[in-house]
Design a binder for this molecule. Structure first.
Ligand SMILES: CC(=O)SCCNC(=O)CCNC(=O)[C@H](O)C(C)(C)COP(=O)(O)OP(=O)(O)OC[C@H]1O[C@@H](n2cnc3c(N)ncnc32)[C@H](O)[C@@H]1OP(=O)(O)O
Length: 196
């Protein structure tokens, strides 16, 4: 299979070979482009966004990653408007990563859409499978959060620092911990009077 065929196949969720020359090359390209993006820190926003447009599937207006941003391929990542990621964000996008509008990431957030095979022989042979991650609008992901494959996080939700997300998290809640669980709903009482 050529690279395009492999990309489509991986999105089917079936086991794929992680070690093909085409995927190794695609990862190398992503390192070169993320190097270019990280090194462009301080340059005008439109120049930096043009690099992201080459790297990612699509981006909205006002997308900013602090250095150092890394991704596996880039071609499966969609980011909405007004996105901010603090330092050392990592996105492994074997499958799709879809991020809504007005999303904030604390430092050291990691999203991992791929798992290696559970069976050790299959794993050594390069067996992998990937499932998408979906993050809604107005979500805040705290520092050092790990997001595993196949999960969705609902609109307006906050994920506490250090959490490991293994299952879907609903809208309008604070959730935290390892594994990440809902702590409480976000309500009118959370308004402080800060001018918006
Ligand atoms: C762009 C950027 O994001 S940069 C800034 C980066 N900053 C961060 O990453 C900080 C993220 N903030 C947090 O994790 C906060 O704890 C929040 C926002 C999730 C919750 O804050 P609060 O609503 O004030 O929660 P509060 O401190 O009252 O805690 C409620 C309960 O949740 C627990 N809890 C809070 N945060 C966490 C956490 N990260 N992991 C595990 N448990 C937690 C508390 O221990 C407490 O448990 P208890 O009721 O058994 O005592």
């Amino acid at each position: 299979m050529n690279l395009e065929e492999q990309k489509k196949y991986i999105l089917s969720g079936k086991m794929y070979n992680d070690l093909t020359p085409e995927l190794v090359k695609a990862r190398e390209n992503a390192v070169f482009l993320t190097n270019e993006y990280n090194n462009s820190f301080g340059k005008p926003q439109h120049e930096r966004e043009n690099i992201l447009k080459k790297l990612l599937k699509s981006i909205g207006n006002g997308v900013h990653f602090e250095p150092t941003f890394r991704c596996e391929f880039g071609h499966n990542i969609t980011v909405g408007d007004n996105f901010y990621a603090n330092f050392d964000c990592i996105m492994l996008d074997g499958a799709e990563i879809n991020i809504g509008n007005n999303v904030l990431f604390g430092p050291r957030v990691g999203i991992y859409t791929s798992n290696h095979a559970i069976d050790s022989k299959e794993r050594i042979a390069g067996g992998c499978y990937a499932n998408s991650v979906n993050i809604g609008n107005n979500v805040w992901i705290g520092a050092g959060v790990h997001i595993n494959q196949g999960v969705s996080i609902g609109d307006n939700t906050i994920i506490g620092s250090g959490s490991v997300i293994t299952k879907n998290i609903p809208t309008n809640v604070i959730a935290a911990g390892v594994p990440c669980r809902v702590i409480r709903e976000i309500t009118e009482k959370d308004r402080t009077g800060f001018e918006v």
